[in-house]
Design a binder for this molecule. Structure first.
Ligand SMILES: [Ca+2]
Ligand SMILES: [Ca+2]
Length: 315
């Protein structure tokens, strides 16, 4: 069984190696023409947990997915949607445009099973590496989850015990080691000193009282996101859901956020605050301006958006 799976993976690992050579050549790294994303949503039973907002984690996960799709982006984007639960994952939607993806997100429903997180992340990474050959695409696994790996089938390559040591010193053969390798090299069994081939963006719902998921898991997700050039957003059940454009995290996008963005406008991060860089491209520019404006009034208790001072902002 194992040999058969290895054979299935071998050409993919080679494709990954070819891509890493392309990156090393120094031409592909900054020449992306598209962005390809798999939005990977956890539909395991714990996602039914009700947050302080009155919404379930799953309902708020769909809001986060929709916000991600609707956030303006410098590159044209294609999105696929996968969900995972129990012993596997579902391809809910193949690579499509933003409006189609938003419509698909609204049709998803939560399940009741465990969390095959390692399987889902590894297979999504593999699919991204295979998709659109010849296109210099930034490839992003966008995970939205509340939990640790606990149900990846033994016969799959990213199955493994949890690492007893923390990132970056992950135990060889652990599921964390395999997932990190997969995102880095396209091969779960091979590490490399080269940059990550895939970007790992992650939202993790957690409960600060029970500290579930465990800090080890949160550290792992945070550090892999950071190392791969992605973003990590921890979402505490008692806190408002993060909204694009909300610079101070009070759950409302208002003139305070608008002024904060303007104070950082035109700057790279740093010296600009990362809180004003809503799309995470390390610069505060017209895209961030559009995001705060597009969400103005959201989450606030006022009916009308606040009156803003007039500023001239050029694209
Ligand atoms: Ca705010
Ligand atoms: Ca930005």
């Amino acid at each position: 069984m194992f040999a058969r799976i290895l054979n299935r993976w071998a050409p993919r690992a080679l494709a990954g190696a070819a891509l890493s050579l392309a990156l090393l050549s120094g031409t592909a790294a900054h020449a992306f023409t598209e962005e390809h994303v798999i939005i990977l949503i956890d539909r395991s039973g714990t996602m039914r947990t009700t947050r302080a907002s009155g919404q379930t984690r799953f309902a708020d996960a769909l809001v986060r997915g929709r916000d991600f799709v609707q956030t303006p982006n410098a590159l044209p984007r294609l999105f696929a949607i996968w969900t995972f639960e129990g012993g596997g994952y579902r391809r809910e939607q193949g690579f499509e445009d933003g409006p189609t993806t938003v419509a698909s997100l609204s049709r998803l429903s939560v399940g009741a099973g465990a969390t095959p997180l390692a399987l889902a992340v590894c297979d999504a990474a593999d699919e991204l590496l295979q998709f659109g050959p010849g296109i210099d695409a930034r490839k992003v696994v966008r995970l939205i989850s509340d939990g640790e790996e606990n149900s990846t089938p033994e016969a799959t390559l990213c199955y493994g015990p949890p690492s007893a040591t923390r990132y970056p010193d992950l135990e060889e053969g652990s599921w964390e080691w395999k997932v990190r390798n997969m995102l880095k090299t396209g091969d779960p069994l091979r590490d490399s000193p080269n940059p990550f081939q895939l970007v790992f963006d992650a939202d993790v719902f957690f409960n600060h009282i029970t500290l579930a998921p465990e800090p080890f898991f949160l550290t792992f997700v945070q550090e892999v996101a950071k190392a791969s050039g992605g973003r990590y957003t921890p979402i505490d059940d008692i806190r408002p859901l993060p909204i694009p454009g909300d610079t101070d995290g009070n759950g409302c996008v208002d003139s305070v956020d608008y002024r904060f963005m303007l104070a950082n406008y035109g700057l790279r991060v740093p010296p600009a605050s990362p809180a004003a860089d809503f799309n995470g491209d390390r610069v505060v520019d017209f895209t961030d301006y559009s995001i705060v404006l597009g969400n103005l009034g959201r989450g606030c208790n006022t009916v009308l958006p606040p009156v803003l001072p007039v500023h001239e902002v050029r694209e």
